[in-house]
Design a protein around this ligand. Structure first.
Ligand code: ZN
Length: 382
């Protein structure tokens, strides 16, 4: 991954490039910021820059053997650690993932899936990763076996004479034993090693925070997101702006919305219909709607939910007189609808829909899910 492939984050790129050029490369670094900000691609571009044999002032060459190996996640000196599920996969367990010490497997055991998931979408989220692993269980952990592996990896000499790197993605998923174990590496890092932790929140033990150099990776800038969406998804400027604003700097949400541009009318129609039948508690209507929506497939259901959540959020803004980005039919509907939807209730509905989005990701039964949510929305609308 080159810096040029990382969306936006101009300021962060400048700052890490400058410290790299000046040879100020901290042994223990923490990249923190919200989901969809691109911290992982940014870290990959940074590592590739450090390893590149033919770099410029602002980017790696993308073509030397080092760059190629890192881009394909095949460099022998760059290792990854990520959360894993405590349970078996849906299809009877991923081969070789169960360790003797109680079920938590090591990252290396599912590296193939990780590589595939990352190469397909470097902006992947924890939910995407869980989907790739086909694990329904929500609990994802970076277990203590990983700490041993990290210490082991960093203690070895590098294969190619450069740095030894360990990248820990979603570091907030470390359990306390793991966190305590890695303190030693953070305190006394072996020579020529770089340990990078990536997190979506700052709820890491203070012992970790105090021993790492922090780089904040904020939400993606709106204009930079727009430019990317226009280029990658061939959207009009207006459509790209709409998506950039509704996704609030989260490229993961933006991707879902952008790849779905033709379906916005369908979504609006289904949303309006849903709210009407929920309000009246029209049994026949609800059954018809649930049956139809249960049949459109999981990806489409997620896109629909992402759309609904954004629309409700926009209605919240509308309610307090903030400028909103809505199509005309959406705005007209929401203005009428707001009579039945006080501010507090709208927030609760958005929360419900968010739960539905995640439940779909975890393979919940769509019929049961949509049916119970319809009844819940009816209660909230009363
Ligand atoms: Zn290179």
């Amino acid at each position: 991954m080159q810096f040029s492939e990382v969306i936006g984050q101009k300021r962060v790129k400048q700052s890490i490039l400058q410290s790299a050029r000046e040879g100020r490369i901290s042994h223990a670094q923490l990249f923190a910021g919200p989901e969809g900000n691109g911290a992982l691609p940014l870290v990959m571009a940074y590592i590739q820059y450090l390893f590149c044999k033919n770099k410029s002032e602002t980017d790696s060459c993308g073509e030397c053997p080092e760059c190629r190996k890192i881009a394909k996640l095949m460099h022998p000196d760059v290792h990854f650690v990520y959360p894993l599920s405590l349970t078996k996969s849906k299809e009877g367990g991923i081969r070789g993932t169960e360790s003797k010490s109680g079920g938590i497997s090591k990252s290396i055991d599912v590296f193939h899936q990780w590589k595939e998931a990352f190469l397909q979408n470097p902006y992947l989220s924890l939910a995407d990763w869980m989907e790739a692993l086909e694990v329904e269980n929500k609990q994802m952990v970076i277990g203590v076996d990983e700490a041993r592996e990290i210490i082991h990896q960093l203690s070895l000499t590098s294969f190619e004479g450069s740095y030894k790197v360990v990248i820990m993605w979603m570091a907030e998923k470390m359990n306390i034993t793991t966190a305590n174990k890695i303190l030693k590496v953070l305190e006394e890092p072996p020579d020529k090693t770089i340990f990078i932790l990536i997190t979506e929140n700052s709820h890491l033990p203070i012992t970790i925070l105090s021993r790492t150099q922090l780089t904040r990776v904020p939400r993606i800038d709106e204009e930079e997101m727009i430019a990317d969406l226009i280029c990658k998804y061939e959207l009009t400027g207006e459509a790209a702006r709409y998506i950039a604003q509704t996704s609030e700097g989260n490229y993961r949400v933006a991707r879902i919305l952008a790849s779905d541009k033709e379906h916005t009318d369908f979504h609006f129609q289904k949303f309006a219909e849903w709210m009407r039948i929920c309000m009246k508690l029209n049994g026949e209507g609800i059954i018809g709607w649930v049956t139809e929506m249960a049949g459109i497939g999981r990806e489409k259901q997620k896109q629909f939910m992402a759309y609904c959540i954004q629309l409700i959020r926009q209605s919240l803004l509308l309610g307090v007189g903030f400028p909103v980005r809505l199509r005309q039919n959406e705005e007209e509907f929401l203005i009428k609808f707001s009579t039945y939807l006080p501010f507090s209730q709208a927030a609760l509905i958005a929360e419900e829909l968010n739960k539905v989005f995640h439940a779909i990701e975890r393979n919940a039964n769509p019929k049961i899910l949509f049916m119970s949510t319809s009844i819940r929305i009816h209660q909230l609308l009363k």
